[in-house]
Design a binder for this molecule. Sequence first.
Ligand code: NAI
Length: 379
Amino acid sequence: MKLTVPYIAGDGVGPEVTAAMRRVIDAAVAKACGPERRIDWREVPAGQAAFAQSGTYLPDGTVAAFRACGLGIKGPLATPVGGGIRSLNVQLRQELDLYVCLRPVRWFKGIASPVRHPERVDITVFRENTEDIYAGIEWESGSEGARRLYAFLHDELGVSKVRFPETSAYGVKPVSREGSERLIRAAIRYALDHGRKRVTLVHKGNIMKYTEGGFRRWGYELAQREFGAELAAGRLEMDDCITDAFLQNALLRPEDYSVVATLNLNGDYISDMLAAQVGGIGISPGANINYDTGCAIFEATHGTAPDIAGKDLANPCSNLLSGVMLLEHVGWEDAAQLIYSALERSFAEGYATRDLASLMDNGKPLGTRAFTDHLISCL
Ligand code: NAI
């Protein structure tokens, strides 16, 4: 079986980590599945290279290729701060309505961690990707839009709580029932499919009663309505936790959590905190998925690392583990498992790129290419 996978190599270290990811994945697929299975990689342009070629950062053909194949993988893309183009990552998520940001967080033996028991962390975060205060509906302080919005709030809706209306900037936080339900449904199905019992809704519904509180209420209602049999049979447990308490608990008793469903902003903070807890902030993978159309784009979670680009120093693990998630997504579990084992063995022996090896007691730093060769030899 041949699987076509469009990929964006990315900017900065993107081409280096993408080349490493492809080599390890091809070797693992060949080893686990034999010659009848292989990946047909199709590079699609995006980012600075695409702009240099065609004058556009995200050509229509690239989005069309992801849509047609229903999956793909991307390296990091540069986004200028405070002006210029808007994030290509956000653009891709919006155009393909990839409403789940999936971030599995686990520890690899050998990786240095700031906590005493990183092995207790095995949490998969479902972060809502399309709504919340992140939707980008905001008005600058002093702008005509801010003035008119405040006038509407004050005059039409009787809002008198804005402390400094003249100099306030304003943001709108849309949270819908449909948007919450599709995210929570995906988290519950994932838990059931992966033999994980507990799904925790993380929210600030104590303060934001209708938006975050709505998310919590709709989640419990959906679970009862659509997964009542699983709840009754004890195959599924739903609970919820207020975000600030969750951040403490996940640090003190991470074993209490398994699958987490949460809103966009909470999910942003939570996934990075958990990744830091396992020492994996630079190597944690991610995916953006629409579970209704099946479209899934896997991505390294770090940026373009311009300071080390082209120097054979980049750690390819975030991109590689995103590729492993892709293998799991299409059901090529054997190849995925081979790569997990190779990484475990390599890290346990201290072999890693410089960023990780420098923090290990037995660290043996390797360049990107040598580390890739080493992983292939461990398969
Ligand atoms: P960054 O993640 O590129 O770099 C932060 C630090 O981590 C740097 O010291 C870098 O050398 C190191 N680092 C990152 N990836 C590494 C790797 N694979 N191996 C070893 N070290 C690594 O974040 P920064 O500097 O804030 O952003 C640079 C550019 O990347 C910006 O244009 C930003 O918009 C973009 N970016 C893109 C993302 C994406 O496409 N998903 C995500 C985050 C940032």
